[in-house]
Write a new protein. Structure first.
Lengths: 339, 339
């Protein structure tokens, strides 16, 4: 079983996932995708993956062909769903069992179409699958947060090229989310306004970093972009929880997401990228901390963050936490607008 | 000029270094090292770099051949030494000018020898060059911290293969250092002990993660390693400031550093890596904050952190701040001990 280990100096948790354990020789050659002969995400290979936990399927029985979007447990999960957390001290450190869920959302049965090449209606189905899994997993009180992300391209960490995204439920609020949530909470406590809404007001007025505006969504490059051509997709109306989106919301979001991914693909010729959905943690009234997230619906604002993987994270970035970005967000927005 | 921009949601600064500005086409192909015909770090090419700021040279005039270690300003500096900080608000953000220093330490005139292949005496000379630059740069009160790091191999961010390290002086304490310094300060306030000394006591007793012990230094894999085969090199005696090391200290440190780099090279066949020197910020009595770092000599403990670049940082890591490590630090230490 994986372990979560606490670093008392860096003040963060690390997941030691030894089930995927690798010895020195495993690092000597880049792992090659061995999928060309038989992709486990294609029609007819449903028995080569763990049994599906969800599928949008107009026809066919579970784990047969006929699906449009299919969600399965990851065959090599980072965290496992069976067991108890068992948080404990170890000398001056802390450790807990690697409990969680790790699912794969197969976005299309078509091996050769990327997410940006699906129709808005097809992308909306993928988004509905995300929503459905969020709503199901939050019923498990061991999971404090769900991370929905997509790795596109080998340099971005994708090991299979068939278009898919991943959902990992974790037993702790991750550091990046914890900082955002805390800062939004502090902002709201003083101003009774959402910090993201303030940011959107400023950016929509300025326009310098806006890539494309839709009636209810907007894509832009962040003012303090850590990476070249970094992108954000925000709902313009205040909304803390992605999983509460209606079908109509998701239909328009699909159009905005397709637009963002298509522009990126055109300007940078299908670059590797990661995107991550940032949303509020699930409500946990049973934890006996009724006030902890009591105003979350007012102070947090869900969004999607996208990072193209064009530059290396080197010693300076890793050692300091300062990122060096050679392309200004204003220039990046200009290139993306005119794509 | 570069800008430092504040991200109010992630609570960190980003360096937008547009002097190195890159347009979409620049990202389409990996930049190829064009150095094979003429390396600017080799003897005879001293005029192809900015003038040296320091050199250990038994013979020859400045900027001629005859040096053993040579320090020059980076030709494409991330931060520039000329100008004023000029910190200011911009809407809901903050911005300041990119003031700092960016130097390159050329570790040997020999194009074909890596740091691990130099003799301990030669490595000690490199360490003396580090010390000398730290002591010189801290006289500039605009610089709050100096980051000494090495990128080895193209995947680790090195653009020239001739062995070198870099030193960047920054106008702010970087986030990673700030967290360590704060946590050590809090630990000392309660316990009147250095947190690193406590950690070393525990690790030396346990031995599970110790790779090699020297009279005054020790190399080990951290309990909560974020990456496979991550390594730390600590002075065993409490010591907050690398720049106060004596020649005798540096002679033994050179032996320990060579041992660490050689083991890594043998076990993983010369992997790409980054190392970063973590040390106390320079004393700044003139800043009018006399108490801020008053106990730093008691509560901080300098060390070197090394990260081999074997696994990709993908969407999950970037989006959450949780790192997934497939190799346990105990296994890594065992492999490195027996190398």
């Amino acid at each position: 079983m994986s372990e979560l280990r606490w670093d008392p100096l860096k003040q963060h948790w690390v997941i030691i996932a030894t089930d995927r354990g690798r010895r020195p020789r495993d690092f000597l050659v880049e792992p090659e995708p061995s999928e060309i002969t038989s992709c486990p995400f294609c029609y007819g290979n449903e028995d080569k993956t763990p049994g599906e936990v969800f599928a949008l399927r107009p026809s066919g029985a579970a784990n047969s062909t006929g699906w449009k979007v299919r969600v399965i447990p990851n065959r090599f999960p980072v965290l496992r769903i069976e067991g108890e957390l068992n948080s404990r001290a170890y000398g001056i450190y802390d450790v807990m069992n690697g409990i969680g869920a790790h699912e794969v959302i197969i976005e299309t049965p078509d091996h050769n179409r990327g997410l940006s090449e699906l129709s808005p209606a097809e992308i909306a189905e993928v988004l509905k699958a995300y929503r459905s899994r969020f709503l199901d997993l939050r019923r498990d009180m061991r999971f404090r947060y769900m991370v929905l992300f997509k790795n596109h391209g080998q340099r971005a960490g994708a090991t299979l090229s068939h278009s898919h995204s991943q959902l990992i439920a974790v037993p702790l609020i991750p550091p990046v989310a914890a900082t955002e949530l805390r800062i939004c909470r502090e902002h709201y406590a003083v101003k009774e306004r959402c910090l993201f809404c303030d940011l959107l007001d400023f950016e929509l007025q300025s326009g310098d970093r806006v890539v494309r505006e839709f009636p209810n969504y907007v894509t832009m490059t962040p003012y303090a972009s850590s990476f070249p051509f970094e992108l954000r997709l925000y709902p313009k109306r205040h909304s803390h929880d992605f999983a509460l989106s209606t079908d109509a919301d998701l239909a328009e979001l699909a159009v905005a997401l397709k637009d963002m991914l298509s522009r990126l693909k055109r300007v940078l010729r299908d670059p590797p990228y990661n995107f991550i959905l940032h949303t509020a943690p699930p409500p946990q009234p049973r934890l006996g901390k009724p006030d902890f997230w009591s105003s979350i619906e007012y102070d947090y604002h869900w969004h999607i963050e996208l990072v193209p993987r064009l530059t290396a994270i080197a010693g300076f970035e890793w050692g300091t936490g300062f990122f060096i970005n050679p392309t200004s967000p204003e220039d990046a927005a200009e290139f993306l607008r005119s794509a």
